[in-house]
Ligand binder design. Structure first.
Ligand code: FES
Length: 166
């Protein structure tokens, strides 16, 4: 009698262990799906390989608890002084995806090539410049550095300094 109970306990524990391993695996797979691109967050820096960005597809990364968008601009889009930068012949734009009116998160519309803020109707163009509604200024550019094709958010590089000076 006692032996059958302990056998049942053993089976229960075994099933529990298998379920726990499965749950950990599922969480790992879900995290991989959520991650827009391989990025590394460490010591206040977020590192992204921008060569993996698809043209015209906006990706958002977390940097110090804030959303930062990065976009490789589609062919034919002009390079906007003070907003965009070039790496290996491609034009990139990035910014804090936070509305400069009252801090909502503007959503990017790839067809219209603009960000729309649902809170009070603010509109920003593809390079993050305020175009309509109450936002008083463009979305902010976070400090960043370009090291080859690595974008390092949180480091003040030369390109960043030139952008914010313009
Ligand atoms: S917070 Fe974006 S328009 Fe008001």
């Amino acid at each position: 009698m006692e032996e059958s109970v302990s056998r049942r306990d053993f089976l229960g524990m075994s099933l529990g262990a298998v379920a726990a391993v499965g749950a950990v695996g599922a969480l790992g797979a879900m995290k991989k799906t959520w991650d827009p691109l391989p990025s590394v967050v460490s010591g206040g820096f977020t590192v992204v390989d921008i060569s993996q960005l698809a043209i015209g597809e906006l990706k958002t990364f977390e940097w110090r608890g804030q959303p930062v968008y990065v976009l490789k601009k589609p062919q034919g889009e002009a390079k906007i002084e003070g907003r965009d930068f070039e790496v290996n012949g491609e034009i990139y734009t990035l910014g804090l995806q936070v509305c400069t009116h009252l801090g909502c998160i503007p959503q990017y519309n790839g067809e219209k090539k603009e960000f729309a803020c649902a809170c009070h109707g603010g509109v920003f163009d593809i390079s993050g410049r305020n175009m309509a509604g109450p936002p008083p200024r463009p979305m902010s550019i976070p400090p960043f550095n370009i090291d080859g094709t690595r974008l390092v958010l949180g480091e003040e590089g030369e390109i960043y300094k030139q952008l914010v000076k313009a």
